[in-house]
Design a protein around this ligand. Structure first.
Ligand code: 4AD
Ligand code: MG
Length: 477
């Protein structure tokens, strides 16, 4: 007999004389009803126990969190809200769970408490729903690129280059400087640590992905990236996952089209395939809203927000237009922005980005053509000599979700821009080679995966959409 998942059993229209199931007990009521969950769905299957038929010692071990094996008959349920239930014939306790010390009780726990129990928090409905959606989004991302002729490319995690030129890197230590190997013949500087070379954890796979785009045409990466920025916000992690497509012969307009099409596709995928989890999270947010003052409530439900993104065009606005709007607007009746945008060239803060998206345009916004001096060295300089073909996509409730650009393909201009910020040519000789041998227009972008998961699940803290968050305060697990 095949052991089935709860999800499979709950979708049955017919009854079975004998089924087997394994899972974790959520609750055991009245010595009679086990609510069993195995992670395959939000829903528990009800397993009905005739306690007269079982040992009292065994029944005592059916506690919240215990792993159990159950064999029984799948019958029509008398209870509301479920079609079927299991009439239990056999119970085996696979793993006990001490009710006194098991942290996940059948009640509402705060997200802060659950973060401290990140190893167990996916045993709750909210976190299991979020992580199933995270998995579905990963799958949708690969599916999109696969269907559109992209090659999945693995770029290095340990690298010598600082792709963003922002110096926010974690150094890699490979050798124990205090205990150098005895048979060491080479003169190695053990303070520079990748076998004598200075290396760091990658901040972005872009530069390496560019080399593959310039031979395979259309590629993407999807991997972990690291930033040693000491920002303790609800939208920053020290370790996060990034999706970075890179395409040869594609300009900035094509890049915007690709990003918009891609974002819509992955969101539509979960709307079509993960309804149950989305509806659960949507209801959670609506309940939370009811406890807030009217002015702070969401204008749209989660599912309405997701549908809105798939059904409407993203607004494309140049940095210069955005600055004009921000200079002339009043963000609300009383307050001004904390950071005033006084002159052209100032970088936008998240309060400005959120104003544009949430109050002014009320839809996703693609900002493009930023001042060169606030963007990375590799972005294509425009003919005006002061702006670059950069684009950031801003999402409601999130702010920046995508950052990308058309890349500088002209060797002389790229060299000048590197020199201006003191990047030695020797460090990126291979990157410059792409501009020497068969250079061409090319573009790409980076999507912060956790920010996408936040948007898709309505979770408001980035620590709650990645299994084990790494932040300046926390790398517990
Ligand atoms: O804007 P960023 O820094 O762009 C790049 O790294 C480019 N090399 C990407 C490319 O063109 N291939 O980062 C891209 C995205 C941001 O828009 C944001 O969504 C996310 O990565 N991101 C972070 N997410 C979580 N925590 C952090 N500390 C993040 N930093 C960036
Ligand atoms: Mg950025």
């Amino acid at each position: 007999m095949k052991s089935r998942t709860v999800s499979e059993l709950l979708s049955q229209d017919i009854v079975f004389p004998e089924v087997e199931i394994k899972g974790w007990v959520r609750t055991f009521r009245a010595n009679r009803f086990i609510a069993l969950n195995d992670g395959s769905t939000l829903n528990n299957i009800q397993c009905v126990v005739d306690f007269e038929n079982f040992d009292e010692a065994l029944l005592k071990r059916i506690t919240t969190g215990a792993a159990v094996y159950i064999k029984g008959e799948l019958v029509e349920s008398q209870g509301k809200g479920q079609k079927v239930e299991i009439q239990v014939n056999t119970i085996e306790i696979l793993g006990d769970s001490d009710p006194e010390t098991y942290p996940i009780q059948p009640k509402k726990h705060s997200f802060e408490f659950l973060r401290e129990n990140a190893h167990l928090r996916t045993r709750t409905n909210t976190f299991s729903a979020v992580m199933r959606l995270r998995s579905a989004l990963s799958f949708a991302i690969h599916k999109y690129f696969n269907e559109n002729g992209f090659y999945y490319t693995h770029t290095p995690i340990i690298t010598g280059s600082d792709a963003e030129g922002a110096g926010e890197m974690f150094k890699v230590t490979s050798l124990d400087a205090k205990n150098p190997p005895l048979n060491d013949e080479k003169e190695i500087d053990y303070t520079k640590d990748f076998f004598g070379k200075e290396t760091n954890l990658t901040v972005s796979g872009q530069l390496e992905a560019e080399t593959y785009a310039m031979s395979l045409g259309k590629v993407y990466t999807f991997g972990p990236t690291f930033r040693a920025e000491n920002s303790n916000t609800s939208r920053h992690l020290a370790e996060f996952w990034m999706i970075e497509p890179e395409v040869a012969f594609m300009d900035l307009a094509g890049n915007m089209d690709l990003a918009e099409d891609f974002m819509k596709y992955v969101i539509k995928y979960i709307l079509d395939n993960n309804r149950e989890d989305l509806e659960f999270l949507d209801k959670r947010l609506q309940d939370e809203d009811k406890r807030k003052p009217m002015a702070e409530r969401n204008e749209m439900t989660l599912i309405e927000k997701l549908n809105f993104v798939t059904d409407n065009n993203f607004k494309r606005v140049s940095y210069t237009e955005a600055i004009d709007i921000l200079r002339n607007c009043k963000p609300n009746k009383k307050k001004k922005f904390k950071y005033l945008i006084d002159e052209w060239g100032t970088d936008l803060q998240s309060e400005h980005e959120r104003f544009l998206v949430e109050k002014y345009f009320k839809c996703p916004v693609i900002l493009f053509d930023y001042p060169a001096n606030i963007k990375a060295f590799y972005m294509r300089l425009n003919d005006d000599g002061k702006t670059v073909r950069a684009m950031d996509i801003l999402f409601p409730g999130i702010g920046e979700i995508v950052g990308g650009a058309q890349r500088e393909e002209r060797l002389d201009v790229l060299k000048q821009r590197m020199a201006a910020i003191n990047i030695p040519e020797e460090e990126l000789w291979w990157y410059l080679d792409l501009r020497k041998f068969g250079t061409a227009v090319h573009s790409g972008f980076g999507l912060g995966f956790e920010r996408l998961v936040m948007f898709a699940t309505g979770m408001s803290n980035i620590r709650d959409v990645i299994p084990f968050p790494r932040t300046p305060q926390n790398a517990e697990f």
